[in-house]
Design a binder for this molecule. Structure first.
Ligand code: ATP
Ligand code: MG
Length: 344
């Protein structure tokens, strides 16, 4: 009998995954729970590409490019340390795939400045970076370059943190605009894949943990750094005595326990105890510290081995970048044709 439809399983199997990280610093716990853990699982089922976004890193570091160049291999070492396998996942470097920059130029004609200024993530980032009147054009337009990264690999599923949702929305607007111009499905829309913890706060609870804000617990942090970070964590300022009832909402220690502790029932009981009174912040912090030390120790050790073999990291990145060129070039040709630029 002739097959007339694709099963749900087959549709899911055909997803293509693209994610990436700016090369603006070593990766941190926010990356781990927000995206990296998903990527490690997904690489066994799907075609996955991970982009080290060095050009995007430059959009707010043009005055200090060394910050980006010196972090490229840090990011690759972090990938390998958490279990990204270069035989299963293609790891590539954005600046080595020129088609992505070309796509960005074409897509820039489909997006207004006002739309970029309305992008909530860009708006927040501009405010926190105090650019004043000197917002780099590259920074304002980085969502366009992200659309090029995603569509350049025909990606359909993007494991990201919450801050990236406006970027995916903007990407899909570009896709629809281009398809409308071409009167054909030249590009594919993408969907986000959010993890259980899609926005890990910094230890002070004020912002998202973020490389550029310098408020991170890095995957390569040593025992002392982890201990210091946990000790300084924001809890419940009204929980002055052990016997006082404590507040869970906004208490960063519990946010992290939810994100990193394996035993949900134990954490549930711990929360009940804290709420009722009788459980001190020193104790909850000790439990969290021991949990984070356990999570990060093996990652830190593997990371250090990878960082001692930079030639191997460069080889992985070079091979992945070469492999990625062809697909991005094909998408570029289709986009140029959609604009009628295919005379020869
Ligand atoms: P920068 O400050 O340079 O922007 P960053 O720490 O925000 O760096 P990115 O490279 O911008 O990290 O983000 C890479 C991926 O990690 C994105 O999918 C982003 O949503 C996710 N991510 C980053 N920080 C967090 C966080 N605190 N919680 C959850 N996901 C996060
Ligand atoms: Mg960011």
């Amino acid at each position: 009998m002739q097959k007339t439809h694709t099963s749900q399983k087959e549709v899911i199997k055909s997803e293509k995954i693209l994610t990436g990280d700016r090369a603006t610093g070593p990766l941190h716990l926010g990356h781990f729970v927000g995206s990296l853990q998903q990527r490690v699982k997904l690489q066994h089922q799907y075609t996955q590409t991970i982009l080290v976004a060095d050009m995007q890193g430059l959009t707010d570091n043009g005055h200090n490019p060394q910050k980006v160049s010196s972090n490229i291999l840090n990011v690759v070492a972090d990938y390998l340390a958490v279990g990204i396998d270069p035989l299963k996942t293609t790891i590539c470097l954005q600046s080595k795939i020129p088609a992505l920059a070309e796509l960005t130029m074409y897509y820039a004609n489909l997006v207004s400045i006002a739309r970029l200024q309305r992008n909530p993530t860009v708006k927040n980032e501009i405010a926190s970076k105090s650019f004043g009147q000197s917002i780099p054009a590259g920074f304002l337009t980085y969502p366009i370059s992200q659309a090029a990264d995603i569509t350049g690999f025909n990606a359909t599923l993007i494991p990201v943190g919450e801050d990236q949702l406006p970027m995916l929305e903007q990407t899909n607007e570009i896709v629809r605009r281009l398809n409308h111009i071409a009167q054909a499905d030249v590009l594919i829309e993408c969907k986000p894949l959010l993890s259980k913890v899609s926005r890990l706060p910094s230890v002070d609870g004020k912002n998202k943990m973020s490389k550029s804000l310098g408020n991170t617990i890095m995957l390569g942090s040593n025992e002392k750094e982890i201990s210091k970070a946990v000790k300084s964590m924001y809890t419940d300022p009204m929980h002055l005595n052990i016997n006082d009832p404590g507040q869970i909402d906004g208490n960063v220690v519990f946010t992290y326990l939810d994100a990193f502790h394996e035993d949900d029932t134990y954490i549930k009981d711990l929360k009940a105890h804290y709420k009722a009174g009788g459980l001190g912040d020193g104790t909850t912090k000790k439990i969290l510290e021991s949990c984070l030390q356990d999570v990060l120790k093996p990652i830190r050790e593997r990371r250090s081995l990878y960082m001692n073999d930079k030639a191997q990291l460069i080889k992985i990145l070079k091979q992945g970048s070469e492999k990625s060129q062809e697909e991005a070039n094909q998408v570029l040709q289709k986009v140029k044709s959609a604009f009628g630029l295919n005379l020869f």
